[in-house]
Design a protein around this ligand. Structure first.
Ligand code: R5P
Length: 291
């Protein structure tokens, strides 16, 4: 078994290689003068089971994944397991309006052409795994996020909407604290409305848990509500920190005390690595995934 890390997930690939004692394959990943990508696998991988790690965000990283997959197949690898730490486009998992694509399905089908197994982390919905034509499974960042939050004396976990409640409950269970959720209505891409609700957060340290922080609208509205109800400290924790546009400013001006994300998308807020979870979950089964 050998491992290749794409440029979007070099950090995770390095840790997986060390934790699982799987050698990394030397690759060249460069740009032609016109900006197109040049990829070359520099060693013989004939007959090998390859683990390829690459987040599919932003868009250039999708092209890199496709070219790496093609290079691996062309080099006669026996099997390829693709680890996609953040599976971009997962939120377009259905047609919201006529004429739209089902983007998550489109990407999953294309990845399935050259992949034999797929592993991802906290997909927006588990049902997107069914879009792959090969076995696909997910793992959760909750244990590593909860472990980080242990040092923050958290009294209360808040899910910013009902969809996030399951993750929040799991976190609260690990931290042994209370949990509640907010009713969220999305008015447009970046505007969120929160239905007023009493939360038992006065003088408490609260952590908001979500899968993704994108524009920051969801979490910023939740932080405002928590501060209004006199929470002492508010931590915003997510698996995938996209932080689009002025998301960080929004969170900080809403009163956020700390922003925490994993390294599925690298940023200065990637304070927690997903690598230990991937290592633990899949080492025993050598990344063979079955559903
Ligand atoms: C929505 O269902 C997701 O779980 C996140 O709450 C959402 O994608 C976050 O987006 P934003 O940061 O733009 O509000």
């Amino acid at each position: 078994m050998k491992l290749i890390g794409g440029t979007a997930s070099a950090n995770i690939a390095k840790q997986l290689s060390q934790n699982l004692h799987i050698p990394k394959v030397e690759t060249t990943i460069e740009r032609f003068p016109d900006g197109e990508l040049y990829i070359r696998i520099q060693e013989d991988i004939t007959g090998e089971h390859l683990i390829l790690v690459q987040t599919t965000y932003p868009d250039p990283n999708i092209i890199e994944l496709f070219l790496l997959l093609d290079a691996i197949k062309e080099a006669q690898a026996k099997e390829v397991t693709v680890i996609i730490p953040y599976f971009g486009y997962a939120r377009q998992d259905k047609k919201f309006k006529d004429g739209e694509p089902i983007s998550a399905k489109a990407l999953a089908k294309l990845i399935s052409i050259n992949a034999d197994n797929v592993v991802t982390v906290d997909p927006h919905k588990e049902s997107i795994l069914d879009f792959f034509d090969v076995p696909a499974k997910s793992c959760s960042a909750i244990p590593v996020l909860a472990n980080y939050l242990k040092g923050k004396h958290i009294d209360f976990i808040l899910a910013p909407d009902k969809g996030a409640l399951d993750r929040a409950k799991k976190t609260a269970e690990i931290l042994n604290c209370d949990v509640d959720y907010l009713e969220k209505t999305r008015l447009n891409g970046s505007t969120i409305q929160i239905t007023p609700k009493h939360l038992d957060v006065k003088n408490k340290h609260v952590a908001i848990i979500d899968d993704i922080i994108s524009t920051g609208g969801t979490i910023a509205s939740s932080i405002k509500e928590l501060k209004k109800q006199n929470a002492t400290k508010v931590f915003a924790a997510c698996t995938h920190g996209i932080f689009a546009g002025n998301a960080i400013d929004k969170l900080l001006s809403a009163g956020c005390d700390e922003i925490i994300a994993t390294d599925t998308i690298m940023s200065k807020f990637s304070k927690v690595s997903i690598a230990p979870i991937l290592s633990q979950q899949f080492s025993a089964r050598e990344f063979n995934v079955t559903r």
